[in-house]
Design a binder for this molecule. Sequence first.
Ligand code: ZN
Length: 284
Amino acid sequence: MTRCGQARIMVINSTDIVNKMISYHHTTPTASAVLGRVMTGASLMGCMLKDKGNSITLTFRGDGPAGMVMAVADYKGNVKGCIQNPGVDIPLKPNGKLDVSGAIGGGVMQVVKDIGLNEPYIGISEIRSGEVAEDITAYFAESEQVPTLLALGVLVDTDLSCKAAGGVIIQLMPGAGDEIIEKLEKNAMALSNVSKLFSDGLSNEEILDLAMTGIEYDLFDEIDVGYVCDCSVERTERAVISIGRKELEEIYKTQEKIEVTCRFCDKKYYFEKDYILGRIEDDE
Ligand code: ZN
């Protein structure tokens, strides 16, 4: 938080998160950049939630070859993600960068916030550029009326692992003055290639210093964030049962057990015919 209280900033190094994601989803470099950016953005948005149990789901429903891209973050910034087409492979952009916007395409971006109320908060906005950071910035401006500067980056190595990934978000508090806005915007130019800063070895604090050049600030929190999947046998069982008796009986005609793979962490769950049909009987 700036000492004047007019802006707050968060810096995340998401390299480990993206590498864990690659190990689960075996993504191409383009898919790694797409989902890596979405997960990094979701993690930052998750850290803004207030209470235990709160979560945020960020989904890009574009018409590009990546298909649907989704990340879910908890209130501590732990995140998981999935992409419909982890094999998306399109040519680089003329500037040599991975074509994130081409992979996402046009469509809508959806934010679902579960903050413990009966109904979750749902915000939908049009995908602006498909570069992810700009789309999230537009969402904050329109749906939450919070002026935001956001940089997200994923650098993929020649061995397909993530060399560096991270993000910086700066949000203005109500009543922020022109002077600080000018300074922040000027400093933001140094953040335009945030994954390179991390790959050059800069620490979160050093990147924070770059963003806050000429501005006094205080450091409040340091949080460890990771790729965390909270899937469980109980939740998966409920999902299987929700398919309904008729459909399940149909499925079990040809197989003795149903296999369900978690789309976030690839964990496999198996459900035997007698057990599941017995559970439905108990419910009826
Ligand atoms: Zn899982």
